[in-house]
Write a protein that binds this ligand. Structure first.
Ligand SMILES: [Zn+2]
Ligand SMILES: [Zn+2]
Ligand SMILES: [Zn+2]
Length: 377
């Protein structure tokens, strides 16, 4: 939900720049931009090069453009679950206007489908069109395949899928290649280098095979977690404690009240008549740092939260080697696009929309964000 609100805000921000206000000056000049401030004397116009102030007295007239953002907002606010088609139409309108983003379009499509499953093919086609337009051909192929699965007599959708299918196969192949390379790094004990690739491979085809070859790992995520735990934290180098930033590792500060001397001199006519212990530092001349009370000069590392690195070498390297071999085998074999897509895509035939969005069918758009109906203003 949060991710969506944010992405929608980005869409709106982009749209505001897209549609300009025009200011016509009495001397014939015109300026295009967005009016961001208006007073009795001056109008501030934000243009691509910067913001300029224009004197109202010199302005002939102002034409305010209805921004795409306002248009999209109004359209989304008008959506209601009693008209599921409206959600798909909204997605299609975003596509034709070149506004919106992936999560927005997907959400609109998912809501429409959750309200009326017969809209699945049209919704997925819209999602596919959006990604195709943006050059993400592999994601488009996934959507077109879902659309085709929901409406298998639709030849136009089938053609769209076939046109994008190769990109999907390419993507899956490169994911598998990366998976294989990362596992090789792990086998070679280059664990820190292996981690980014492994983390990016959670959904790579073949990743789920790990439990077949290394039964100690329930799934691929368990392998990644284990390898992560074997790499000492970069921030603290595995020591779990780092230098206190507050006192720069000193553990204490020089007392400001006595300049570190520990006492105060009482003078009369320039002559010291009495030395008194400094109260703030109790005569020690230094004040204990409050940040590192637990261990003087050091604080607990927050990057690893105190997770002790596991010793390397006590693991099933042999199993990993078999796992890597299994992936290589699949890489050389020319698997068809359908086989390459993996279990996630196979499920699309039965689950044609994201289950997690079904609750969203009840949401309404109000005041620039998705809210529960009772929160609508
Ligand atoms: Zn400190
Ligand atoms: Zn002092
Ligand atoms: Zn650490």
């Amino acid at each position: 939900m949060k991710r969506f609100t944010l992405s929608l805000a980005l869409v709106l921000a982009a749209a505001i720049i897209a549609q300009a206000d025009r200011i016509f000056m009495k001397d014939g000049r015109t300026f295009e931009g967005k009016v961001i401030e208006e007073t009795d004397d001056v109008i501030k116009l934000k243009m691509s090069k910067g913001t300029i102030p224009l004197k109202r007295a010199e302005i002939d007239r102002i034409e305010k453009g209805v921004s795409v953002a306002e248009e999209v907002d109004a359209m989304l606010e008008a959506l209601t679950p009693s008209n599921p088609t409206g959600y798909v139409e909204a997605a299609e309108m975003c596509i034709s206007k070149g506004t919106g983003d992936g999560p927005t379009i997907e959400r609109l499509g998912n809501i429409a489908t959750s309200l009326d499953p017969s809209l699945c093919s049209r919704a997925q086609t819209a999602i596919g069109d959006w990604y195709s337009q943006k050059g993400n051909r592999a994601r488009a192929a996934v959507a077109y395949l879902a659309a085709y699965t929901a409406d298998w007599k639709n030849q136009a959708v089938r053609d769209k899928f076939l046109k994008h299918r190769d990109s999907l196969a390419e993507q899956k192949k490169s994911q598998m290649k990366r998976l294989g390379e990362s596992i090789q790094l792990a086998i070679d004990d280059r664990l820190a280098e292996a981690i980014p690739g492994l983390q990016a491979s959670l959904n790579a085809p073949g990743a789920c095979l790990v439990s077949t070859y290394v039964p100690t790992y329930r799934n691929f995520a368990a392998l990644v977690a284990d390898i992560r735990a074997r790499v000492p934290c970069k921030t603290c180098a595995g020591k779990l404690w780092i230098k206190c930033y507050s006192c720069n590792g000193e553990g204490s500060f020089k007392c400001a009240a006595c300049a570190g001397k520990g006492y105060k001199e009482l003078k009369k006519n320039g002559v010291v008549v009495e030395k008194k212990d400094c109260a703030p530092c109790s005569g020690t001349g230094s004040i204990r740092c409050a940040k590192c009370r637990e261990r003087s000069g050091e604080i607990r590392c927050t990057a690893c939260k105190g997770v002790v690195p596991r010793a390397a070498g006590t693991w099933d390297r042999r199993g990993l080697i078999s796992f890597k071999a299994a992936i290589d085998e699949r890489m050389v074999g020319s698997l068809s696009a359908e086989e390459q897509t993996g279990p996630k895509l196979a499920r699309l035939g039965t689950t044609t929309f994201d289950e997690s969005f079904t609750e969203d069918g009840k949401l309404v758009f109000s005041g620039g964000k998705w809210v529960k109906p009772e929160e609508k203003r």
